[in-house]
Design a protein around this ligand. Structure first.
Ligand SMILES: [Zn+2]
Length: 302
C-alpha cells in the first residue's frame, strides 16, 4: 500500500491524547484490556452505555467532548504533512486512512454521512467506559467516536500472529468507521444488546462492518480527497492477502481456539468465524458495493 507522495494530510480527523499530561496512568480497568477488550468493548458498544450499573454509569461527568478538549495534535500535525510522511510513518498512514475512509463514505452517503474523529487514547474515560493503552479498537455510539490505540496494530502481529502491514491497519480502521456508518444508518437498532451466537445481530453487524471495509478498499485508489486526487496511490494483492490473513486471526473460532480456552463455543460468537470475516471483507472488496453487504438479509453468512 502506498500513499500519493504529494498529497496533503489533514489531522483534524484525529484527537491525539497520547502524551497529554494526565492522559496516562489513569487506573481504568486495571490495565490493558487487550484481547478481551476487542470482544467486550464491542458488546459494551451495543449496549450503548445504557446499562445503568455498567460502563455508561462509570462515565461520571466526563464526555467524549471533554476528552477531546485535552487532545493535542501539535506533534502529529508537524509530523504528518504529506503522503510521503504517510508512506514513512504508521501514525501518519492512519491519519491518511481516516481521511480516505471518510471521503469515501461522504461520496456514498452524501449529507447522510457525518464525519467523526478517531481518538488516539493515552488512557481515557469514554462514553463507553475506560479505554487504556492496550485496549482493542472500538467505536462508541454514545459519543460517536472511534478509539484506536495504535499499539493494537503491533499486538495483531505479536499476539495474534498476523503478518500486519499498513493495509491491515487501514482495514481495522475502516471496520471501525463502518460501525459509525451503521450508527448513522440506524442499523445498530436491529441488534439486541448483548446478543451473541452464530446468527445473532451482533455477528451480522460485525460481518457487515468487514464488508463495508472491503467496499472502501475497492475504491480507495480512486476516492478523491479535498484536492480532487486520491490519497492512496496503490493497494496490491499482497495487501489484500494480508488483510485476509488478519481477518482470519480475529474470527471468534480462531480466538477461542488459539487464544482462549481452546474450545469453540458458537453461542458466544460476536464477530463471526475467521472464514466468515474473510468472506465478507472479500464480498465488499470484490463488489465495491455496500448494498451487497446486507448481512441482515441472509442466514447464509458463510
Ligand atoms: Zn466491530
Amino acid at each position: 500500500m502506498r500513499y500519493r507522495e504529494d498529497a496533503s494530510l489533514d489531522t483534524s480527523g484525529v484527537r491525539d491524547r497520547r502524551g497529554v499530561p494526565g492522559g496516562r496512568g489513569l487506573a481504568v480497568g486495571g490495565g490493558g484490556l487487550g484481547l478481551v477488550g476487542v470482544v467486550v468493548l464491542v458488546l459494551v458498544q451495543l449496549l450503548g452505555g445504557g446499562d445503568g450499573g455498567g460502563a455508561g454509569a462509570a462515565l461520571g461527568g466526563l464526555s467524549g467532548l471533554d476528552q477531546g478538549e485535552t487532545a493535542d495534535n501539535t506533534q502529529l500535525a508537524q509530523e504528518c504533512r504529506t503522503g510521503a510522511d504517510a508512506n514513512a510513518s504508521r501514525d501518519c498512514a492512519v491519519v491518511a486512512d481516516i481521511e480516505s475512509i471518510q471521503d469515501y463514505w461522504t461520496g456514498v452517503l452524501g449529507s447522510a454521512y457525518a464525519p467523526t474523529e478517531t481518538v488516539f487514547p493515552g488512557s481515557v474515560q469514554t462514553a463507553c467506559g475506560g479505554a487504556t493503552s492496550g485496549s482493542g479498537p472500538f467505536y462508541c455510539p454514545a459519543d460517536r467516536l472511534v478509539y484506536i490505540d495504535l499499539t493494537f496494530f503491533e499486538d495483531l502481529r505479536t499476539r495474534f500472529g498476523a503478518e500486519g502491514g499498513a493495509f491491515v491497519d487501514a482495514y481495522v480502521i475502516a471496520h471501525e468507521y463502518a460501525h459509525h456508518v451503521q450508527d448513522l444508518l440506524g442499523t445498530n437498532q436491529q441488534v439486541r444488546p448483548g446478543e451473541t451466537g452464530p446468527l445473532s445481530g451482533t455477528v451480522r453487524l460485525e460481518l457487515q462492518a468487514d464488508c463495508y471495509a472491503g467496499a472502501w478498499a475497492r475504491h480507495a485508489e480512486t476516492v478523491p480527497d479535498d484536492s480532487g486526487a486520491p490519497l492512496i496511490a496503490e493497494i496490491t494483492q499482497d495487501d489484500v492477502d494480508r488483510a485476509l490473513d488478519a481477518a482470519g486471526r480475529i474470527g471468534d473460532d480462531f480466538i477461542q481456539r488459539e487464544l482462549g480456552g481452546g474450545t469453540v463455543d458458537q453461542d458466544a460468537f460476536s464477530h463471526g468465524t475467521s472464514e466468515q470475516r474473510q468472506r465478507w471483507f472479500l464480498t465488499g472488496y470484490e463488489t465495491g458495493d455496500p448494498a451487497r453487504c446486507d448481512t441482515f438479509a441472509t442466514d447464509d453468512l458463510g
